[in-house]
Design a protein around this ligand. Structure first.
Ligand SMILES: [Zn+2]
Length: 63
């Protein structure tokens, strides 16, 4: 099996701003959304959680 993922090792000099809270992201907390937008790991988790909660609620409500 070949690993097709290319891990780029380039220094990021630009300040990355979170797509959710619009604050600076340090590299250790940087992740990307499905749309390749930079975001905090926590913010993306919260975002995903929000939609999971909604989905669960919809299920409970019978939609
Ligand atoms: Zn954020």
């Amino acid at each position: 099996m070949e690993n097709t993922k290319n891990k780029k090792k380039c220094a990021i000099h630009d300040v990355m701003l979170c797509t959710f809270c619009e604050k600076e992201i340090i590299e250790a907390k940087l992740t990307y959304t499905e749309d390749a937008e930079p975001s905090h790991i926590k913010c993306l988790e919260d975002f995903n959680k929000h939609w999971e909660d909604r989905a669960v609620m919809m299920d409970l409500m019978g939609y």
